[in-house]
Ligand binder design. Structure first.
Ligand SMILES: *Cc1c(COP(=O)(O)O)cnc(C)c1O
Ligand SMILES: [Zn+2]
Length: 407
């Protein structure tokens, strides 16, 4: 049995039964899952377990193992990035390569947990308001669970953007309106029809999936706490969850205190409301009306967890930095050409921000640095296509071709 205990309001602390509920009745604050404390876990507990994020089962919000819906996501490589490190002047750089998950982004973590919980609480269907990585991850897990899946999005989006999700059998609810309209409809219909909308009414469970990004890094570093973390921020849920994950491991006694860790938020220039707030030294995140960036996965103008990201940055010696489209594209190429990892623009944002911070002396040579790369480059080849070398045709003549080839 898992050890889920309650849902607790992040603002006022009121606790609720762990049911179909996601905001506090008293103060409208977000709810977080709490667990029973009498877990006995040590560094060896997970050693021989399955190589997916479900190896941390008792720290995830599912009561009964039989309800797990698994595509074997997680336990992705923590790549020793010596080649990229050499280029940047870092001796201890690691890439957490989450682009190799089953649907090719880290969203398999939160979506997998939310769909499992939907199955456990006997919801009839699941869904999400998204057109990107989340739609694909939710649809794939719904297929495996045998649950209908509804993707809410504006009707005018390009069909190719939802091709992956639709291939898993999801139904597209094409809302004539904006993303905000699609979100609002998803929220109302979800509650009314008992549909587990993973990033809205299942949010407390959803965010728990992302904290496994902390567990895995800690375990892969032999239970050492990294010195700095570069984390891409859209809604900010992942950054928060990663911090929570390290705190839980410390509370369980398997790692030292993470309080010396440096947590860095990375956003694209065309949609950087958290970076703006940070640089203004303000606690208020002002929404971006019209995000304009090649990093579509991070184009969330009004980040739900933005204020909590600011708190985390203060708590963990951090800062926030942005990268423009050119820097993002350069980041994608640099990572691909040094480490053989092809990422979508969100990962390019992480790499570009890392590069900037090293140049500014904000990350030191010997720091054990973990850079989160959260999605696969094949998802967004249009972002870099303009940067690729031109094709020069050559006659099918061996002498002519031989003359072209270097070395
Ligand atoms: C969703 C997403 C993010 C941002 O995660 P948040 O929890 O919204 O901050 C980062 N990278 C990729 C590839 C994503 O799909
Ligand atoms: Zn409350």
């Amino acid at each position: 049995m898992g050890s889920i205990r309650s849902l607790r309001c992040r603002e006022c602390g009121r606790e609720y039964e762990p049911q179909f509920r996601y905001v506090c009745e008293e103060c409208f604050g977000p709810l977080d899952v709490t667990y029973n404390k009498e877990l006995s876990i040590n560094r060896h507990t997970f050693e021989s377990r399955e190589k997916t994020y479900w190896r941390y089962f008792e720290l995830l919000p599912i009561a009964d193992k039989s309800n797990i819906v698994s595509l074997n996501a997680g336990l992705t490589p923590l790549q020793n990035a010596d080649k990229l490190g050499e280029k940047l002047g870092l001796k201890n750089l690691f890439i957490k390569n989450d682009s190799v998950n089953p649907t090719f982004s880290f969203k398999d973590r939160p979506a997998g947990v939310a769909v499992s919980r939907a199955k456990e609480t006997k919801l009839k269907a699941v869904g999400c308001a998204s057109t990107g990585n989340l739609a694909a991850a939710t649809a794939a897990h719904a297929a495996k669970a045998g649950l209908p899946c509804y993707i809410f999005a504006p009707s005018d989006i390009e069909h190719v953007k939802i091709a992956q999700a639709l291939s898993y059998g999801a139904e597209f609810v094409a809302v004539e309106g904006t993303y905000d309209d699609a979100n609002r409809i998803a929220s109302i219909i979800g509650d009314k029809k008992g549909i587990g909308v993973v990033n809205i009414n299942m949010r407390p469970y959803y965010v728990e999936g992302s904290k496994t990004l902390a567990y895995e890094v800690a375990e892969q570093l032999d239970w050492r706490v990294p010195d700095s973390l570069i984390i891409p921020v859209g809604s900010g849920a992942m950054l928060n969850a990663i911090c929570k994950g390290f705190e839980e491991l410390h509370a369980l006694g398997v790692i030292d205190s993470p309080k010396s860790m440096k947590v860095i938020a990375a956003q694209p220039h065309g949609c950087a409301p958290v970076v703006d707030a940070w640089k203004r030294n303000s606690d208020e995140v002002i929404p971006v009306e019209r995000p304009e960036t090649i990093a579509k996965s991070l184009a969330i103008g009004d980040p739900g967890d933005g204020i909590y990201v600011l708190k985390r940055l203060k708590q963990y010696n951090g800062f926030a930095e942005e990268a423009n489209d050119q820097e993002i594209a350069d980041g994608i190429m640099l990572l691909a050409q040094t480490e053989g990892i092809f990422t979508e623009p969100a990962g390019g944002v992480s790499v570009a921000v890392l590069r900037k911070l090293v140049e500014e002396g904000k990350i030191q040579k010997d720091e054990r640095t973990v850079c989160y790369v959260t999605g696969n480059g094949l998802k967004a080849t249009e972002a870099i296509i303009g940067l690729l070398p031109k094709l020069n045709a050559v006659k099918p003549d061996a002498t002519e071709v031989a003359a072209m080839i270097r070395g």
